[in-house]
Design a protein. Structure first.
Length: 158
């Protein structure tokens, strides 16, 4: 079924645009993600890591080492986005890339500096995490986490 472009100016569309802001799952999830990201980034600041970098380092630590494709799958990220995020982490010396089994793949692993960065960041992350859990309350936190996991699983399948 093809959709036709909606005729009208932005001003004429304001009621519908307001509905988008109020009810769009993507808009509201991204808004919540931005505010939570800002919270974690602020608390992680002394470590020199951003929360996006921290989560990538954690994923690498958990798998030991992995190809960009494997890590992207685990993180539910586009390979290009992951590669772009890995470049500054390589410059910092936190991760390294080695040739894989064939010339097309690169295996990513943590360096000793990356492990040290994680060790510094972990207690700060724990503080940020506790703030979020305390701010939401245990029941709301558990419900939110459950819903996020279920949403991720359902839409990964499609």
């Amino acid at each position: 079924m093809e959709t036709q472009p909606h005729p009208g100016t932005a001003t004429e569309l304001l009621p519908e645009l307001g509905q988008v802001v109020n009810s769009c799952a993507c808009f509201n999830l991204r808004k919540a993600a931005r505010v939570i990201t800002q919270h974690y980034d602020e608390i992680l600041k002394p470590s020199g890591l951003l929360i996006t970098q921290f989560t990538i380092l954690v994923a690498i630590a958990l798998v030991g080492s992995g190809t960009i494709s494997e890590l992207a799958e685990r993180l539910v990220m586009d390979r290009t986005t992951l590669t772009r995020n890995l470049k500054p982490m390589m410059r910092e010396g936190w991760v390294e890339a080695q040739p894989g089994q064939d010339q097309r793949t690169r295996v990513i692993s943590l360096t000793a500096q990356g492990e040290a960065a994680l060790a510094i960041a972990l207690p700060l992350w724990q503080q940020a995490q506790q703030n979020v859990e305390d701010g939401l309350g245990e029941q709301r936190w558990n419900t939110l986490l459950s819903h996020l996991e279920e949403t991720t699983a359902r839409f990964r399948e499609s």
